[in-house]
Design a protein around this ligand. Sequence first.
Ligand code: AMP
Length: 299
Amino acid sequence: MSILIVGSTALDTIKTPTAENPRLLGGSASHASVAASFFSPVSLVGVVGEDFPKKYLQLYRRHQIDLAGLQILPGKTFHWAGEYEANMNRRRTLATELGVFETFTPTLPPAWRNLPYVLLANIAPALQHHVLNQIKKPKFVVADTMDLWLNVALPDLLKLLKRVDGFVLNDSESAQLTQTDNVFAALKKIHKMGPAYVIIKQGSHGSILSGPAGIFICPAYPLATVKDPTGAGDSFVGGLMGYLAQAKGSIDRNIRRAMIHGSVTASFCCEGFGVTRTTKTSRADIQKRVNVLEKLTRF
Ligand code: AMP
């Protein structure tokens, strides 16, 4: 079952205490699509400029990512630059250059309007709405977001929460949205805003799901070295949705294992700049780490 992913397709410049890498393949949809591709075929909706390197189009294709919904427009690809502090948990944005994103209107190829699994990866909520408006009867729709949209597009985001099944955000975004630092109180408040499934990500501490079948605490894979955590959240939700799209049975039956697979896929993302490490992994590598997590959490 193919999964529809819309989000940012970017060139990232990433600075860590030890290295700086310009023009990496980045963007929420790129990270999520590569992660999802280990489990399901992916249909990608996004936009890039004429400066977008051909090698990145080839990389998408190598991952069986269908590019019929990727617009290539005159102008520059969205560029994001960020810098990490010594402990790699904090980062600050150095530059956001919208380029072709400024005038982007996502348009779905007609055959994609019936796709059952939809991931609205981080992008302006108005564009997430625009994609949802083109979709017929999806089975499971999950949205991701970032602090920027809480600051500049909150009404649009709140309307979106009434239209999606699942919502994924990190702990600082959840504290901002709900005005509470208590993650369990925050989960309850976010359910009241609409989504039946809410996942709060806690970086290297894992993530917490609250859904119709209760709460699940998902660990992060224990990594002693993190090279670049950019896109870990996108890889997590991409892996999760890719896993769900190929699993038989109900969402409740599969979502815990889907989170574990998302968590493991995100761990590979953190071990290299951009998608460099993720693209070198395999379904078998992912399975090995899933087995480790299973042993670590059994009691
Ligand atoms: P994450 O580390 O999961 O928060 O995601 C990082 C990715 O988000 C990078 O690859 C960026 O290209 C992308 N990104 C940064 N700012 C924005 C934005 N305003 N809209 C959409 N994507 C963004």
